[in-house]
Design a binder for this molecule. Structure first.
Ligand code: SR1
Ligand code: MG
Length: 395
């Protein structure tokens, strides 16, 4: 659809605006895959978002991706709305012919990555995102769900093409000299030595890739970076779950941690005023710590409060289960840190660092942390464990 067609679509198909509405539309998508139309009734200010999936990715038509991802996104948003309504946008109609769905307009929110690049502070983010993740991860798992119903959900969220993007971009390409990588020239020698020549690292990423493909543990968002979060003071909404599928439970937590580290790297590189730099970077470290510790706290409470499979109540099982999630969290944080620097899909926190040496330092620090998170996964079990690595590498 173009903007005119989106207006026509809204008039004919969406049962949302008044009869005499005066509609205008703007395409506002800035993601890598889809088209996002904001349609407004200029008479009363009512507005809605229409999200449409095309047959190829917006970032490059090299990625042929089934428009069925729009069904997956619309379906998981409904599940997330049931479990965590405070942190999920409300969705309206889904249209399987036009591969689009309508959802609540969140124009009074801002994409979190953009806000963090402006060094804004959101003290409640860790609380919000950990409620979102603890509930989604536990309540969609075999630990608490009827096993047949869970398997139906696994079936319905088989997402082969978008999973393939992650298998390639997250787990494979960053760890060899792949043509599709986009390496910042100043960082290339570091990457060649520390990543592409490191066989131990490659072996660990191979193990992790097959775990990603086979461990149908929880219904995860699958792309929970700060560009998938709409935020304003006191409120958080998680958007863009089109990569959703049943995968390792630590995947989303790891993505959140890695993207906070990108914000930290940006703050260290570009904030010149020392007091402001300390305020922002301390906030980010506190948030990373809280993301891990509050996640553990809430996950544990929910585990106690919810009926479970008998075997999940055996002594020692809870510790085994949660420690595995933290192990995956650390590994995925490392993978996300690697792929956003070495691979094709970059993050503005890093690419917006203008000074060459500062960007190189930010990239090398993130990659140093990444290696530790991947190779020593299993050793980071508290918020302080995660934060200490970041502090040490950036000091
Ligand atoms: C071809 S899509 C590239 C990246 O954008 C999405 O947001 C995902 O992170 C994906 O890996
Ligand atoms: Mg996205």
């Amino acid at each position: 659809m173009n903007e005119e067609q989106a207006i026509e679509y809204a008039k004919e198909k969406l049962n949302y605006f008044k009869e005499d509405a005066l509609l205008t539309c703007k395409e506002i998508g800035d993601g890598n895959l889809n088209y996002v139309f904001r349609i407004i009734d200029e008479k009363d200010g009512d507005s809605i978002i229409l999200k449409q999936a095309g047959p190829v990715a917006r970032i490059s038509d090299e990625f042929k991706v089934s428009p069925d991802r729009n069904r997956i996104e619309s379906d998981i948003l409904k599940i997330q709305y049931d479990f965590v309504p405070d942190y999920t946008p409300k969705t309206y109609q889904y249209d399987p012919v036009m591969n689009c769905f309508a959802m609540e307009d969140l124009s009074d929110y801002e994409i979190m990555r953009n806000a963090l690049i402006k060094h804004e502070i959101f003290p409640e983010f860790a609380d919000h995102i950990t409620t979102f993740m603890a509930k989604m991860i536990l309540l969609t798992s075999d630990v608490v769900m009827d096993h047949k119903e869970k398997k139906d959900l696994v079936k319905s969220f088989i997402n082969p093409e978008l999973c393939e993007i992650s298998e390639d971009l997250v787990y494979t390409e960053p760890f060899y000299n792949c043509d599709r990588n986009e390496v910042f020239p100043a960082t290339r020698p570091f990457i060649e030595k520390e990543f592409w020549a490191d066989k131990d690292l490659r072996l660990e990423t191979a193990k992790l890739k097959f775990e990603f493909m086979t461990n149908a543990q929880s219904l995860i968002h699958g792309d929970l970076h700060t560009g998938s979060v709409f935020i304003k003071q006191g409120a958080t909404k998680v958007i863009d779950p089109e990569f959703a599928f049943y995968g390792p439970a630590g995947y989303d937590v790891g993505n959140v941690v890695a993207n906070l580290i990108f914000a930290y790297a940006n703050g260290q590189a570009v904030i010149t005023d020392e007091a402001k730099r300390t305020e922002f970077t301390s906030y980010i470290l506190t948030t990373i710590k809280d993301v891990i510790d509050l996640f553990k706290q809430k996950f544990s409470q929910l585990w106690q409060d919810t009926d479970k499979d008998l075997v999940a109540t055996y002594d020692g099982f809870y510790d085994y289960y949660v420690n595995n999630i933290l192990k995956d969290t650390s590994a995925v944080a490392g993978l996300e840190l690697s792929r956003r620097i070495i691979g094709l899909a970059k993050v503005a926190d890093i690419t917006s660092i203008k000074e060459e040496k500062a960007r190189q330092k930010a990239e090398e620090n993130c990659l140093t942390i990444a290696k530790q998170f991947i190779l020593q996964r299993g050793q980071f079990l508290t918020g302080a464990d995660f934060v200490n690595v970041v502090k040490k590498v950036f000091q």
